[in-house]
Design a protein around this ligand. Structure first.
Ligand code: SF4
Length: 491
């Protein structure tokens, strides 16, 4: 498809953009351009499919949930409706989608929950975007609702705290791993609970299989973390995560923001929230929360300090016109939003899906910043991909759009090595699925090892892992082949 002058003119007149519901308005500059001869095209024509990322779901998609069939847009956009109707128990799931889910699905969920490391929590927004004709393949169902039938046995090296965060905590709720950056975890609750959460060891209350470490949403408990940050002059960068900054009341958001801004050496702050991906209407309808965020960002800017929002979209299916409006609101208020995705099997592990996500985020002025290799978290083995697959995906993605909108593909090195470019391993064996990384800026005496899911290995590799007595030898061989036997492996 090329646009001719006539087509551009008629689209501008009709206030539409092709068949996609994105508006362009007739204006003088455009009209002046159309008076010129259009230059000859040097690129192949594009189709509407190529521009599909500009499509944002606008209809009342929540009406397909029987209990929401008469809910108006105003009600659905109200964050109180979203909080009140969030699904936290299987009984509520049955009440809302029991009629429209395929037979046997709910029983599958009940069995899946028995071994899941995370509790159930799904916003009405996400629930309404799931394709209930085929929930097994739906990228949102895959992220938030466990089913027993898709369970894959854990790799023997999986743990709940795969990043070793607790070992780098000077005080509870604070992680100091990198020289100039800390991770502050002021709370342990989120608007939804993701099956793949890196902090399954702490987030979202005990499950049948996991007793969680507690972070408290109580300001008096945060003082130790603030005091530590104030006492360490090298700390310039603070990530406020958890848990999720969406769940902080506006006065607590302000308290954290103001306290950290008042520490002279803190130069950068990032509030981390999955909220825009799972409950975007909060930004539009919870004015007090959004105003508190804008206030901190503005105050920081006046002080010459950067305060931004980091969010977590994984699938273009999470994005609707409500999201577009919410992101536009933040953009107009001058708030920078960056995105950190997790690479998840069945969600965003193909070039087509990842390109769609990246283009859609860029279109909304959300910068695609990181794509994480899935952490080695227990109970999530059906969601991980191999390092080899991620490296291939990265090759296709780089060059698809501008560099600043191209995410870095990283492995968060297990055991506390921090983020490594996924392809920067010192050794990788596709048969055993073992990759070996160094992280000299975090600890130059250590080696960090990532293990691919066994079901992604060739048959010969899968066979090797069947014999437990061979495991140590497989790891030792990989270390030897990396050439760094003098370093200590973190296992
Ligand atoms: S929102 Fe973030 S912290 Fe909360 S469960 Fe999901 S991944 Fe974990």
């Amino acid at each position: 498809m090329h646009y001719t002058k006539e087509e551009i003119n008629s689209m501008a007149a009709a206030n539409t953009f092709g068949e996609l519901p994105v508006s362009i308005t007739k204006n003088e500059n455009l009209e002046n351009l159309l008076k010129l001869d259009l230059p000859e095209a040097i690129k192949d024509p594009v189709s509407n499919d190529d521009l599909y990322h500009r499509y944002f779901v606008k209809n009342a998609f929540w009406h397909k949930i029987p209990a929401f069939a008469s809910i108006t847009e105003e009600e659905f956009l109200d964050v109180k409706f979203q909080n009140k109707n969030t699904v936290r128990k299987v009984e509520k799931l049955i009440e809302l989608v029991g009629e429209i889910a395929p037979g046997g699905f709910i029983d599958d969920v009940k069995e899946g929950m028995e071994l899941a490391p995370m509790n159930l929590s799904i916003s009405p927004y996400i629930l309404s975007l799931i394709d209930w004709n085929d929930p097994y393949h739906d990228p949102l169902r895959i992220q938030f609702i466990p089913v027993n039938s898709r369970r894959v046995a854990d790799h023997p090296k999986l743990t709940l705290d795969s990043l070793g965060e607790q070992g780098d905590s000077p005080v509870p709720g604070l992680v100091h791993r990198y020289f100039d950056k800390v991770l502050f975890l002021p709370l342990d609750v989120c608007p939804v609970y993701c099956r793949f959460c890196t902090r399954s060891y702490a987030i979202g209350g005990n499950t049948e299989t996991v007793d969680k470490v507690k972070f408290t949403n109580a300001p008096q408990k945060w003082n130790d973390a603030f005091a530590y940050i104030a006492s360490r002059p090298e700390i310039e960068d603070v990530v406020i995560s958890g848990g999720d900054a969406y769940m902080l009341a506006p006065d607590r958001l302000r308290l954290i923001g103001n306290t950290l801004l008042d520490i002279p050496h803190v130069r950068r702050m990032r509030f981390a929230t999955k909220g825009p991906a799972v409950m975007p209407m909060k930004i539009l309808s919870d004015q007090k929360w959004t105003d508190a965020l804008v206030e901190i960002v503005d105050k920081g800017r006046k002080m010459g300090k950067e305060v931004v929002l980091h969010t977590h979209f994984n699938s273009p299916n999470e994005i609707s016109d409500i999201t577009r409006r919410a992101m536009l609101h933040l953009f107009k208020k001058g708030i920078t939003v960056r995105n950190q995705s997790v690479l998840i099997k069945g969600v965003n592990d193909t070039a087509e899906k990842m390109i769609h996500l990246i283009r859609k985020l860029s279109y909304m002025n959300v910068q695609p910043y990181y794509v994480y290799q899935h952490d080695m978290v227990s109970g999530t083995e059906d969601l991980r991909t191999s390092v080899g697959q991620t490296v291939e995906l990265e090759k296709v993605i780089r060059g698809v759009t501008a560099g600043f909108n191209t995410p870095l593909f990283v492995t968060d090195a297990p055991g506390g090595g921090g983020k490594r470019d996924v392809h920067s391993y010192d050794y990788y064996d596709e048969t055993t699925g073992i990759s070996v990384y160094r992280s000299p800026s975090v600890d130059d005496s250590k080696l960090y090892i990532y293990f691919d899911p066994i079901d992604t290995l060739p048959a010969s590799g899968q066979k090797l892992w069947e014999d437990e007595s061979l495991h140590e030898e497989l790891i030792n061989n990989a270390i030897k082949s990396s050439g760094f036997t003098s370093l200590t492996p973190v296992l």
